[in-house]
Write a protein that binds this ligand. Structure first.
Ligand SMILES: *[C@@H]1O[C@H](CO)[C@@H](O)[C@H](O)[C@H]1NC(C)=O
Ligand SMILES: *[C@@H]1O[C@H](CO)[C@@H](O)[C@H](O)[C@H]1NC(C)=O
Ligand SMILES: *[C@@H]1O[C@H](CO)[C@@H](O)[C@H](O)[C@H]1NC(C)=O
Length: 605
């Protein structure tokens, strides 16, 4: 497999090299030799040479490779590489091919290096109080909060268009498919190969509104996965449109976070140390679209803190801190354009710590929300580690954390000692919400029952709409799919008291139950994708690694191992691979996926 791929790559470079012929020869030879981390660094030398020939020379070479290899449809090759190629060329011109940043680039682009060890850094934090406030439930009736995520609304979704296609999302009238017979016509509202229709999004927002929730959190990704086509004008208008729809259809406040798709090119959030580019237009757009819910001071934070903000939910003593974690996201290629140690890109960590200190000082509890969880395979280890230090310091103040990004219904746990991950050391719980987009499961949202005194989660209930239900295409029904307390508390030895919250300790005990009771673990896998295309993960390495990932609140501890070839497609927003078929989840069960993606590596160049 690998040999024929390299042979075709070599041919393509010989044919298309033109004036860059000797450079192309060098690149081919280096790719041929790139079998481990050291040789990946050597490969970066000729690639850097190509980058110095200019963005267009760099991108056009890679576009040719992509097309000849048939890695994607021609239009997808052109769009993806034209948008992202220049960022990687900029990186290569800015860093040493042999430094730590290039090791990270080798990990992200080729999977040939493992992520380097964390750069030890003590994040500056004020001392903890000697007498921390104790938060105790008064046993009052919980209130409800909705959590929805990963909307991925495709405004070009076309009923009747083919649900089968060769592009990352289908159900669209693509020019190069015109006149071809339709194999399966898209229904009015949705299909698993497609992103969310506007009708499905409206139906979900209405369902959220009828649940009587006090407020909602939305953990990002408004834009559909047509990542080869996105531009600033289109993204700005789609962000604005969804902000208006949320305001119209949900009567209570929504507290959003910024997702990696909510910009153009996708994932692209340059740091403030990169003067060549900026995402300020995203922050300005969202500040104006969110101001009604956030008020003046948090709205100003969105603009000046790179999309992060902090706000007290109305009528509560709860501070919601929304972080832009895309500055820690390993396929935000702008993060690899410097060899300088930058522990806190754009000051997001310092802002979060400062807001937690405000909460502690004023006797408030806090929720952390963001798109990508710091536990994710995609979270850079350094920033995840420094964030974890903040969590340890403010563990009494943080009641829970909420994320999205993976499209599946899961969770992660932080520990005071990652070498000894036991119930007594479990300090913080990260709830990761399922997606609205049907790509990776039935469309879903969560309703949390929240204790009004501690702001801890008493129950987490998923609502889904079932795509295979015949009524779905005309009048989608949203029904409670499961209650976490009902499913999991009977599995905890001695049970779980009705008045105790679903805390980090509770969820640690759930992972212990998974170890002993495989049927319960398989149930968790079914719930993850809401009964659709269930993951295969048997006892043994797959299950052990999956449980390790649940106990990996700090990404360096999630047992993920980089593998050659698995990496690049996710850089363009193919969430399916990163969430479902990640090697830490199901290695072996999806060997076919590994091979089929070997060529996919080159696309990301
Ligand atoms: C930008 O994207 C929109 C779709 O969101 C498209 O209609 C428009 O033609 C694109 N503009 C350019 C200059 O490509
Ligand atoms: C639950 O109720 C029991 C009995 O009233 C009490 O001892 C315990 O402290 C309560 N637990 C919580 C978390 O409120
Ligand atoms: C969805 O509906 C189909 C057909 O009625 C049924 O077989 C399936 O179990 C349902 N899935 C879920 C998750 O409820």
């Amino acid at each position: 497999m690998r040999v024929s791929w390299l042979f075709a790559l070599a041919l393509s470079l010989y044919h298309c090299g033109g004036t860059q012929a000797s450079l192309a020869d060098d690149i081919v030879e280096a790719i041929n030799n790139a079998k481990d981390c050291n040789s990946c660094h050597e490969l970066l030398v000729p690639l850097t040479g190509l980058a110095f020939a200019g963005d267009s020379a760099f991108s056009s070479t890679i576009i040719q490779v992509c097309k000849i290899m048939k890695l994607e449809d021609d239009d997808v090759c052109e769009g993806l590489v034209s948008e992202q190629g220049p960022i990687i060329a900029h990186d290569l011109r800015s860093i040493s091919p042999f430094g730590q940043t290039s090791t990270k680039l080798c990990e992200v682009l080729f999977g040939l290096c493992q992520a380097p060890a964390v750069n030890q850094f003590k994040f500056p934090l004020p001392a903890a109080p000697t007498n921390p406030k104790k938060w105790t439930s008064q046993g009052r009736t919980p209130f409800q909060v909705a959590h929805f995520s990963d909307a991925h609304i495709d405004r070009q979704y076309t009923p009747g268009a083919d649900v089968q296609c060769t592009k990352p999302i289908c159900c669209r009238n693509y020019a190069d498919q015109a006149g071809q017979p339709i194999s399966v016509p898209a229904g009015a509202l949705g299909s698993h190969n497609c992103d969310t229709s506007t009708g499905l999004a409206e139906s979900m927002l209405r369902a959220v509104s009828t649940q009587g929730n006090s407020f909602s959190i939305f953990t990002g990704d408004v834009i559909e996965a047509d990542t080869w086509l996105v531009n600033q004008t289109g993204v700005t208008s789609e962000l604005t449109e969804f902000n208006q729809e949320m305001q119209t259809l949900i009567s209570t406040p929504v507290f959003p976070a910024i997702g990696n798709h909510d910009t153009a090119p996708v994932n692209s959030f340059p740091r403030s140390t990169t003067p060549e580019a900026t995402s300020q237009w995203v922050f300005d757009t969202q500040a104006s679209g969110w101001s009604k819910w956030l008020g003046p001071s948090a709205t100003s934070a969105v603009q000046h803190m790179s999309g992060s903000y902090s706000v007290v939910a109305p009528g509560t003593n709860l501070r919601i801190i929304s972080m832009n974690t895309i500055y820690w996201y390993r396929v935000n290629y702008w993060l690899f354009d410097s060899d300088d140690f930058q522990p806190d890109p754009n000051g997001v960590l310092a802002f979060v710590a400062q807001q937690l200190q405000v909460a502690e000082t004023t006797g408030q509890r806090a929720w952390i929300i963001a798109h990508m969880s710091p536990s994710a395979v995609d979270a850079l280890h350094d920033q995840s580690n420094y964030f974890d230090q903040i969590v340890q310091r403010y563990k009494n103040t943080i009641a829970a954390q909420f994320y999205g990004h993976t499209h599946v219904d899961e969770f992660a746990i932080s520990y005071s000692d990652y070498n000894n991950r036991i119930a007594a050391n479990a300090v913080s719980i990260l709830y990761i919400a399922p997606s609205l987009t049907p790509r990776d499961g039935n469309p879903a949202f969560k309703i949390y029952d929240v204790d009004p005194d501690t702001y801890e989660i008493m129950d987490s209930r998923a609502f889904i709409s079932n795509l295979t239900d015949p009524i779905f295409q005309t009048n989608p029904q949203w029904e409670q799919y499961y209650s976490a307390r009902q499913v999991y508390s009977p599995a905890i030895p001695g049970g779980w008291p009705a008045n105790a919250s679903l805390s980090a300790v509770f969820w640690h005990k759930v992972t212990e139950a998974f170890e002993k009771d495989d049927a319960l673990f398989q149930k968790f896998l079914e719930l993850k994708t809401r009964g659709f295309d269930m993951e295969v993960c048997a006892p043994g390495d797959c299950k052990t690694n999956a449980i390790c990932a649940l106990r990996g609140g700090r990404s360096e501890d999630n047992c993920h191992v980089a593998q050659a070839g698995l990496n690049l497609r996710r850089g363009f927003g193919y969430i399916r691979e990163e969430s479902r078929h990640a090697p830490n989840q199901c290695e072996g069960a999806h060997l076919g996926t590994v091979f089929s993606q070997m060529p996919g590596k080159m696309v990301g160049l």
